[in-house]
Design a protein around this ligand. Sequence first.
Ligand SMILES: *Cc1c(COP(=O)(O)O)cnc(C)c1O
Length: 356
Amino acid sequence: MEIKFIRSKAIGQKSRPKDSELGFGKYTTDHMFLMDYTRLKGWHNARIEPYQELRLDPTAMVLHYNQEVFEGLKAYYLEDGGIVLFRPEKYIERMQASARRMVMPEVPPDLFLRAIKELILLDRGWIPKSDGTSLYIRPTMIAVEPGLGVRPSEQYLFYIVLCPVGAYYPEGFNPTKIYVSDEYIRAAKGGVGETKTSGNYGPTLFVSQQAAKKGYTQVLWLDAKELHYVEEVGTSNIFFFIHDELVTPPLGGTILPGVTRDSVLQLVRRWGLKVSERLISIEEVIGGCKNGSLKEMFATGTAAVISPVGEIYYKGKDFRVANGKIGELSQKLYEEITGIQYGRREDPFGWRVRIT
Ligand SMILES: *Cc1c(COP(=O)(O)O)cnc(C)c1O
C-alpha cells in the first residue's frame, strides 16, 4: 500500500521546546500517520497529515467499550547523525497480540514499520539531540464505528504520533520510593493484564494518587487472587537481585511482556549471571530488605529504561532497599542498554534498526 503525504502548512508554527524543557509526552511533532479500516475494505487510506485533532462520533465504540490498543517505543539520534529504532519488531508484534485479544485487526508489520520510518524522516527535525533525549513513538488503534451496544466494531483508525522526550534522569539516576498496594489490584488471571489496552490504566489512577499523597512515586501491584506475589510496578516490570540471583516474575497473562524486561534478561544471561523467571512473594522481598539479601531492586520500561527502587512501603511500614543507593547491576544495565540504543556500545543482538 502506498503512503500518501499531505504535508503540513503549519510547519514551523508549532513552537519547539528546548531539550531541557521536554519532559515526557508534553509535546508532539508537526505530523501524524493515519490509516482506516473497515470490515469490507480492510486497511486503506494510509496517509501522513499535519498533526491535528480527531473527529469522532460521540457513540464511537472506543469511547464506551474501550476497544483500544497502543504501543510505546523510541527513536534515537546516533553520534554519527544516523537515526535508529530500538527493537521495533518486538513492539509491533506485541501490538498485534494486543489487537487479537481485543478483537481488532492487525496492522501488517512491514506497513507498520514503514509508517514509523516515513513519519520520523519527515519530522526528523524534532528528534532532540542532547544526551539522554529521544523521540517517543505512540502507535494507537481505536474502534471508531458509531453505535451503542457491546460488540466488536467494524471500523478502526490506526494512527501514530511522535513526542520529543527529555532525559529521564536529568540530575542523575535517583532511586524511587514505591507503595505496595495490598488492597487494590491491576490484573487478574484470564483478564487483559498482558495487553497494552487503555482500560488497564484508568483504574490504577486512584491507587497512584493515594500513593502520591503519601510521597511515593509508583505503585507495586500484587497478584489479584492472594495479594501475595509481586507482579509489576506502575507501568514497568520489576526485578530483584537477591542472594546472587536476578529474579523477575514470570509472564503468566497478568503481566505486560516488556521489551526492556526481555532485553535485561538476554543481557544478564549473556553475562552469565544466575537469572530466574519465578514467583516471588512480597514476604520474600520484605524479608530480603530486612536481612540484606535483597541487594538491588529495579523497574524496567521504555520510558526510564532502568529505575532503581530505594524504599518500599508495605502494610504501614517503610523498608529500605540496599540502603537507598543505586546498585552496581542497575547501573551497569542502564549504561549497557542506553549505550546500545545511542550507538555507544556494540549491539550483539542486532537490537538497533537504522532508519538512516
Ligand atoms: C509498557 C508497559 C511495561 C513496560 O514495557 P516496555 O516494553 O519495557 O516499555 C510494563 N508494564 C506495563 C503495565 C506497561 O504498560
